[in-house]
Ligand binder design. Structure first.
Ligand SMILES: NC(=O)c1ccc[n+]([C@@H]2O[C@H](COP(=O)([O-])OP(=O)(O)OC[C@H]3O[C@@H](n4cnc5c(N)ncnc54)[C@H](OP(=O)(O)O)[C@@H]3O)[C@@H](O)[C@H]2O)c1
Length: 312
């Protein structure tokens, strides 16, 4: 697959490094950044032959798709532009800012017959597939409670403004929410509480999800370092993913008698290559994403946050 990389910041560097280490089937044809010098530096650092001077120029190159790694406020409009140009789109999370944007882009992608998905690395990892496999094999019994927590002190300013669609819900809480909804589906009841910065975006959130036979809870903060983990409690045992659960190389199964089994799971580098392969093969998990963005939209309404760039 021939792709263009759009945006050359932190996550774009992780992606190109994953491609160069493990992605022989991918060719990066061009790179574009709104700051030309940064695109030129990126091209030099990673030996990319072509630098585009505009997004339009990138979209007219001989590419099959784009990897969109710009800030969240531009995801919807730049995805729409790429789909209208007939290109597949792998977009960084959050792929959209609300359900309306999701539905519109999903319809457009269907009409144009292109693949569109968000780069939710975690759900494409072998670790997550192995966890789901263990649950499917009834190793932990019926799930009764899931808890996901993520907390980092983030200095990155784009995460703290409404203009750049910042806030911890879309930056960090989205990961455990994806995991919970992948396991349990849409909740019957959701209750979100948040503490907002003066800028009007959330810095700490607590989200309770109630299911007919289970409960779930998400805690995320971008102003405090917390012990990041994912805990899936079943009637027979508990799956526990310690530390950075989004990139952990292992998980544990904890039994009621106090014994513990650790399962190592192979992961290539940062794990970015798996989402890219899913993208190329069209494994978009679109139904899951639709539910996640619907829940995120509801949660954000409960938090009382609005983004100037979002489609209303
Ligand atoms: N999946 C993950 O694990 C993960 C991790 C981190 C971030 N993300 C997501 O990835 C996105 C980028 O995050 P980041 O940490 O990489 O940010 P970053 O380091 O600030 O990089 C963003 C890049 O996009 C460029 N850019 C912004 N708007 C643009 C536009 N309209 N046209 C062209 N280029 C534009 C910026 O250019 P300038 O340098 O000129 O400003 C910068 O190069 C965010 O949406 C974030 O939520 C995902």
């Amino acid at each position: 697959m021939r792709i263009a990389i759009i945006g050359t910041g932190f996550i774009a560097r992780e992606m190109i490094e994953a491609i160069q280490a493990y992605g022989e089937e991918f060719e990066v044809v061009t790179v574009y950044n709104r700051t030309l010098e940064k695109a030129e530096q990126f091209a030099k650092d990673y030996q990319i032959a072509h630098v585009s001077r505009s997004y339009e120029e990138a979209l007219t190159q001989a590419i099959d798709g784009v990897y969109l790694a710009v800030h969240s406020n531009d995801h919807y409009s730049m995805t729409k532009q790429a789909i209208q140009a007939g290109k597949h789109v792998l977009c960084e999370k959050p792929a959209v800012l609300n359900q309306r944007e999701f539905d519109e882009l999903a319809n457009l992608a269907r009409t144009e017959q292109v693949i569109w998905m968000d780069a939710m690395r975690f759900i494409h990892l072998p670790l997550w597939k192995e966890i789901k496999h263990s649950i499917h094999n009834e190793e932990i019994g019926e799930i009764v409670y899931v808890e996901g927590s993520l907390g980092r002190i983030s200095q990155r300013l784009y995460r703290h403004t409404r203009e750049l669609a910042g806030g911890v819900l879309y930056d960090l809480a989205i990961y455990p929410l994806y995991a919970i909804i992948d396991l349990l589906g849409k909740p019957v009841v959701i209750q979100s509480q948040g503490v907002l910065l003066e800028s009007g975006v959330d810095h700490t959130v607590s989200i309770q999800l109630q299911y007919r036979h289970a409960l779930a809870h998400v805690m995320a903060s971008c102003v405090s370092q917390t012990q990041t983990h994912l805990r899936i409690q079943g009637t027979k045992a508990t799956i526990f993913v310690p530390k950075e659960f989004t990139t952990s190389p292992f998980f544990e199964i904890l039994y009621p008698d106090g014994t513990k089994v650790q399962r190592e799971v192979e992961c290539l580098g940062s794990g970015m290559i798996y989402e890219l392969r899913s993208f190329a093969s069209g494994e978009t998990q679109q139904n899951l994403s639709k539910d996640v963005y619907e829940i995120l939209t509801l949660s954000r309404t409960q938090l009382g946050i609005h983004y100037p760039s979002e489609l209303v």
